[in-house]
Design a protein around this ligand. Structure first.
Ligand code: NDP
Length: 270
């Protein structure tokens, strides 16, 4: 049986083993998928041991996406743009390849939600690894303009500099008052009671507010957007979407996201 795994630290919370077992069931593939707790500074050794014992491919989550990027012998254009790898596999020549499917997962979820994308203006909050990984796929999906706002403005500016046109950046105090059709929270602030300090005027044209985080309670950001009558979505669909893209890379068959997302929401009570 082909062996796959997700690597993280911590990892016990990961939903990836459940998602991939349902994908395997749905597509009739025979595989195993486990969660591996790699030591904080020992991802490379943990991966090597996994491959030595028959591992075929893996997902990589916090805090190893940059270490996986450094380890891969060959990187996809998406991984290079993201500066991070969330999917690893070994090609027929034995080369360790790194890809990043987070941005594709987000765009697929936005399409599923009928979010405005073609010629849309998108405000991305946050400038960590997740934000960096989604800007390129958003532009590829037809978005005409992205503004990245971050607590530390210089980090947002560094991401914008990777793109020649259509991407601007600022701190929260200098977000242009323009119509933002879609607002995406890519900060980890949802984990606290804080939210990125937007003001109401930024939501004047917003058709969808999306938070990459998911959980039993809406994040402070989504709760505030809902108060302003904006349609809201959490990041569970992105999680299942990025997993579907990874599964397709490994197995050559793309699973259906919707039934697995529905089942996962039921399982988690979300
Ligand atoms: P990083 O640690 O790389 O970046 C964190 C970002 O959040 C930075 O921009 C940081 O700002 C900002 N931030 C943290 N706390 C606050 C706060 N209290 N107020 C304002 N800004 C804050 O994380 P990632 O980019 O990897 O992940 C971001 C989020 O996206 C996480 O919640 C993660 O769980 C989620 N995610 C979801 C995925 C999914 O499939 N649904 C996939 C990937 C990520 P600063 O630079 O100023 O420190």
């Amino acid at each position: 049986m082909d062996r796959y795994a997700v690597f993280g630290h911590p990892i016990a919370h990961s939903k990836s083993p459940l998602i991939h077992s349902w994908f395997a069931e749905q597509t009739g593939q025979s595989l195993s998928y486990e969660a591996i707790l790699a030591p904080q500074d020992g991802f490379a050794e943990s991966w090597a041991e996994f491959v030595r014992t028959g591992g075929r491919g893996g997902n990589v989550t916090v805090p190893f996406k940059e270490q996986a990027f450094a380890l891969a012998g060959q990187l996809s254009a998406r991984a290079k743009q993201a500066g991070a790898v969330n999917t690893l596999y070994i090609d027929s020549a034995g080369v360790l390849c790194g890809d990043n499917t987070d941005g594709l997962g987000l765009v697929a979820d936005l399409q599923r939600l009928a979010a405005p994308l073609i010629n849309a203006s998108v405000l991305v909050l946050g400038a960590g690894g997740a934000a960096r990984g989604v800007v390129g796929p958003l532009l590829d999906s037809g978005v005409s303009k992205v503004h990245i706002a971050n607590r530390t403005a210089s980090k947002a500016e560094q991401i914008a500099a990777l793109f020649q046109h259509h991407v601007s950046a600022s701190g929260y105090g200098n977000i242009p008052h323009e119509p933002w059709h879609l607002v995406i929270n890519a900060t980890s602030s949802g984990l606290s009671a804080e939210r990125p300090p937007l003001d109401e005027a930024h939501l004047a044209a917003t058709q969808l507010a999306y938070d990459m985080l998911y959980g039993k309670e809406p994040t402070a950001f989504l709760a505030w957007c809902a108060e302003h009558q904006i349609v809201c979505a959490d990041g569970l669909g992105m999680l299942v979407g990025q997993a579907a893209e990874a599964f397709a890379i490994w197995r050559g068959v793309k699973p259906q996201v919707e039934p697995v997302l529905k089942r996962l929401r039921q399982e988690l009570g979300l």
